[in-house]
Design a binder for this molecule. Structure first.
Ligand code: SF4
Length: 302
């Protein structure tokens, strides 16, 4: 029996669902019940009737699934899959900013730890960040931890946005430079440039389209273009090539690899299903408050 068959059998036996982020290894995407961006995964996690959720993504994503499903078992195949961006905002820094700006609303990117989410007015993803900020009551917004996403939102709202921390970033997206773009354009001069808002302002400003990963897939499907330079983690290329076989996709940088997203393997998924470990849990008081901020986002994103 192949490993894929064993995983299928275990999934049936345990009434489990496998959710995978668009940056996962191709073989993980291929066995998942749902592959998507943070917003899509949160929506799926909030609606599933499975007893067990195997979350192939990074720590804050599995925590989010646990927050939304206090009665279900959430497993992450490798506990080492930790998002470095989510670590960049400390709760102390967040509380300090709230004390300094008591009239501000706090909008936190989903790429934050549960302890921070518990202090937010609303959560956002890259798919809905501008819409969420616009819907807040205050004209002053504390926004974190990604300063590149904050730049993207500033271009789309008149609200004053203060980044917390001042220079939060995703190392995988921030390393994509103008030199990468010049090289890629020389090789593929006809290709449209589609990028994620975690890329630097320099890259965002020359893009044909900026979107979350699932938004990038939708754009490439609908576009009349036949070739695309993809400015995000390389894992999305697998989904693009699979779902849109008639078009060509090239990474803006082949080095845009998130090592944390790549930690999950089929072997680890199988082991997680077999042993029902490692389990991700969030303390009740924290989860209850974080769920309110998550719920507000899901309500606004319907
Ligand atoms: S790609 Fe960036 S934001 Fe996403 S998990 Fe990796 S480090 Fe975190």
């Amino acid at each position: 029996m192949t490993r894929t068959n064993t995983i299928e059998r275990l999934k049936d036996r345990k009434n489990a669902v496998i959710l995978a982020h668009n940056y996962q290894r191709p073989e993980i995407q291929d066995i998942a019940d749902f592959v998507g961006d943070s917003l899509g995964l949160s929506q799926k996690a909030s609606k599933t009737d499975a007893d067990v959720i195997v979350f192939c993504g990074v720590d804050f994503m599995a925590e989010t699934a646990a927050i939304l499903n206090p009665d279900k078992k959430v497993l992450i195949p490798d506990l080492g899959a930790i998002c470095p961006m989510a670590q960049q905002l400390t709760t102390e820094e967040l509380l300090e900013a709230k004390r300094k700006y008591p009239n501000a609303d706090v909008v936190l990117y989903i790429n934050t730890l549960a302890e921070d989410k518990a202090h937010a007015d609303c959560i956002c993803t890259s798919a809905n960040a501008a819409q969420i900020v616009e819907s807040m009551d205050s004209d002053l917004i504390l926004f974190g931890p990604d300063d590149n996403l904050a730049h993207y939102v500033r271009q789309r709202t008149n609200k004053k946005i203060i980044s917390i921390p001042e220079y939060g970033l995703c190392p995988t997206h921030h390393q994509i430079t103008g030199a990468d773009l010049s090289d890629a354009r020389k090789r593929h001069p006809e290709a449209k440039l589609v990028v994620h808002p975690e890329c630097t302002p320099e890259i965002q400003e020359v893009a044909d389209h900026i979107a979350s990963t699932s938004g990038m897939v939708r754009y490439c499907k609908a576009s009349a273009g036949k070739e695309f330079l993809i400015g995000t983690e390389v894992g999305l290329l697998h989904r693009l090539k699979k779902e849109i076989p008639g078009k060509r996709f090239y990474p803006l940088s082949k080095y845009a690899v998130c090592p944390h997203m790549k930690m999950h393997t089929l072997e680890k998924v199988e082991r997680a299903l077999e042993t029902e470990e490692p389990e991700v849990t969030v303390r009740k008081g924290v989860a209850d408050k974080a769920r309110e901020a998550m719920g507000r986002m899901l309500e606004l994103s319907r």
